[in-house]
Design a protein around this ligand. Structure first.
Ligand SMILES: [Zn+2]
Length: 319
């Protein structure tokens, strides 16, 4: 991972030979220049943001957030980072439209927001990943670069795992059980888990890791990335459920006799506080979950790095 060093080399060579083929034909994967990536990221995320806004997948604020997130991750992180973001975004959007009518009733009843994602939701899912990308664009030391990369993978794997779990888990034929007490709860309840939702969450995290790994080419020793994504995504997603079952603000509708995340229920009744902290909504929970996923990924990365160092030392000592 020496994106910055490669970038500065590219920029230098572009300056030296102003009519170099790479400048005339700026192939994205050839010219790794950060400038091109920023432009490409801006154009692509504007296109995707606008399309998602038109298709009612994003609100205006959500589209603006997606453009900032996309440009930062493409421009400062790199192509693989951008591709991972696109994978998270398109898979989540497609899944939220999957059997949408069946999910609509649960979503309206339980969730504080509809399927149209707003700025807070985009920031909660992609904010930390963008931050890792921004730092990776200005830091050159290899161990730090790889640490930031692990943090990015952990954050995005968690966001993917969690979104897949929610969108697929709601369709589960089994009644969800609350993570903390294992008591059966209504579908869509925060902190409720189902075998289907957990499987979807694992698949989401693992495929994100595989996509990120594959996009880096197979000449680099990065075999641990998919495993890192799977474990950190699952950990972050479980942490999300744990917070959802404990600290997340939940309300009770006295008219319908049911739990909801809404302060005003769909029936029009003002709901009563049931449990959790009033400021701890779904977005806050999602943000902390990506934080937990990143933390897990960074710890795993360093454990693996120390392990391989020890192994190398043992081999050289035995010689
Ligand atoms: Zn009600």
């Amino acid at each position: 991972m020496s994106i910055l060093r490669r970038n500065s080399l590219d920029i230098q060579s572009n300056r030296a030979t102003s009519l170099s083929p790479s400048l005339l034909l700026p192939l994205p994967h050839r010219s790794g220049s950060r400038r091109w990536r920023l432009v490409f990221g801006l154009v692509l995320s504007s296109g995707i943001g606008l399309l998602a806004y038109r298709r009612h997948s994003l609100s205006k604020g959500g589209a603006a957030g997606a453009i900032v997130t996309g440009t930062t991750i493409f421009g400062m992180g790199g192509w693989s980072w951008g591709l991972a973001l696109i994978y998270f975004f398109t898979s989540s959007t497609l899944l939220s439209h999957f059997r949408e009518k069946e999910k609509a009733a649960t979503a309206a009843d339980k969730f504080s927001k509809g399927s149209r994602r707003d700025l807070a939701q985009v920031a909660a899912n992609g904010g930390l990943a963008s931050l890792f990308a921004a730092f990776s664009g200005v830091i050159t030391a290899k161990p730090l670069q790889e640490t930031l990369q692990a943090g990015f993978v952990g954050a995005l794997a968690t966001a993917t795992a969690d979104t897949w779990a929610t969108e697929v888990g709601v369709l589960s034929p089994h009644r969800p059980r609350l993570l903390t007490t294992l008591q059966p709860v209504a579908p869509g309840t925060s902190g409720g888990i189902t075998p289907l939702g957990s499987t979807a969450s694992a698949l989401g995290a693992l495929t994100l890791g595989l996509i990120f790994r594959a996009s880096k080419g197979f000449h680099k020793p990065l075999t641990t990335l998919p495993l890192l994504a799977l474990l950190s995504g699952m950990a972050g997603s479980l942490f999300d459920s744990l917070l959802g079952a404990t600290l997340q603000a939940m309300y009770f509708c006295p008219t319908c006799q049911c739990e909801t995340e809404r302060r005003t229920h769909t029936c029009g009744t003002t709901t009563q506080p049931l449990r959790g902290l009033s400021w701890c909504n779904n977005d806050v929970v999602n943000f902390f979950a990506t934080f937990a996923g990143s933390f897990m990924a960074i710890v795993l990365y360093w454990l693996l790095a120390c392990f391989s160092l020890l192994k190398k030392k043992r081999v050289s000592d035995s010689r």
